[in-house]
Write a protein that binds this ligand. Structure first.
Ligand SMILES: [Zn+2]
Length: 287
């Protein structure tokens, strides 16, 4: 039997509490290191062993001791993630209460309420907030549905009358269309016949969707002259618990990646995604 303990250790000892990252780079590194600790924790495969991971939490973030003041909100990163129950944001980043400002919505799309929530965080938590992350995940149901509707438009009919579902789907369909064009440009029109095509299109769409949202957030930050806060994207892989973010010049692309700087960089990113090792292996898989 194997046992894994993930423990939140509450303490008011300043020496035991992690300090808030001073800038967006440090915030990104802390999230990457946290995810790495979580992803590799379960790699310990010694039978009969108990593997323990401790997440230090400031007791004062719970308003303790009782005579102290109400805790002040001070997340160092905002994360836009999917509602999927298999992707609990704090847990996969090894973080605790008051560390992350989390917005979760099916398909992690940038709807009006989502953007409003992130704007609130930027405008009100600027003292501690250094980074906004858009986090997709492998096998996302929202993008999978969009791909299936794209490949077989008749599947749209039962969904067309459900306005709330349609709004999630319509945004995702634009991403699927772009992803299809990139795959065809990179591998030729016959790519659509490959057995792994559907899966590759789903995963290309998932990461493109996350990168596009991060790019849009960054544009919004720049337009409103918010400095010191950066946007990044990544995809949580359910199969390995690691984060994947293909980018130009890195065909493996593990960890989080900074949002593309401009439109040209976003176009280059599309090429890098379809040329990444993971998409290639999905395309080559016999299914
Ligand atoms: Zn999802």
């Amino acid at each position: 039997m194997k046992t894994f303990d993930i423990t939140y250790r509450y303490s008011s000892d300043d020496a035991a509490i992690r300090s808030t990252p001073p800038d967006s780079h440090a915030a990104l590194l802390r999230l990457e290191q946290g995810n790495n600790s979580f992803a590799t924790l379960l790699d310990h495969d010694e039978e009969g062993s108990v593997v323990q991971q401790i997440i230090p939490v400031d007791l004062r973030d719970l308003g303790l001791p009782a005579d102290s003041t109400v805790p002040k909100q001070r997340p160092f990163a905002a994360v836009l993630g999917c509602s999927d129950a298999r992707v609990p944001v704090e847990l996969i980043f090894n973080e605790g209460p008051n560390d992350l400002f989390v917005v979760r919505v099916a398909g992690n799309g940038l709807g009006i309420e989502v953007l409003g929530s992130l704007k609130y965080a930027v405008e009100n938590l600027g003292g501690s907030l250094k980074l906004i992350v858009v986090l997709g995940h492998s096998g996302c149901g929202a993008l999978t549905t969009a791909v299936d509707v794209f490949l077989n438009p008749r599947e749209y009919l039962p969904l067309a009358t459900k306005r709330s579902l349609r709004s999630i789907l319509d945004g995702a369909l634009v991403v699927v269309q772009t992803s299809e064009r990139k795959l065809v440009a990179a591998f030729g029109p016959a790519v659509v016949q490959r057995p792994g095509y559907r899966k590759a299109l789903i995963e290309t769409s998932i990461v493109t969707n996350a990168a596009l949202a991060a790019y849009s957030i960054q544009e919004e930050l720049r337009t409103n002259a918010y400095t010191g806060i950066e946007a990044a994207y990544g995809v949580y892989l359910l199969e390995s618990r690691a984060i994947w973010a293909p980018r130009s010049g890195d065909i493996d692309g593990f960890g989080l990646a900074a949002a593309p700087r401009d439109l040209a960089a976003f176009v280059d990113l599309g090429d890098a995604i379809v040329q990444s090792r993971r998409i290639e292996s999905l395309l080559n898989a016999k299914q």
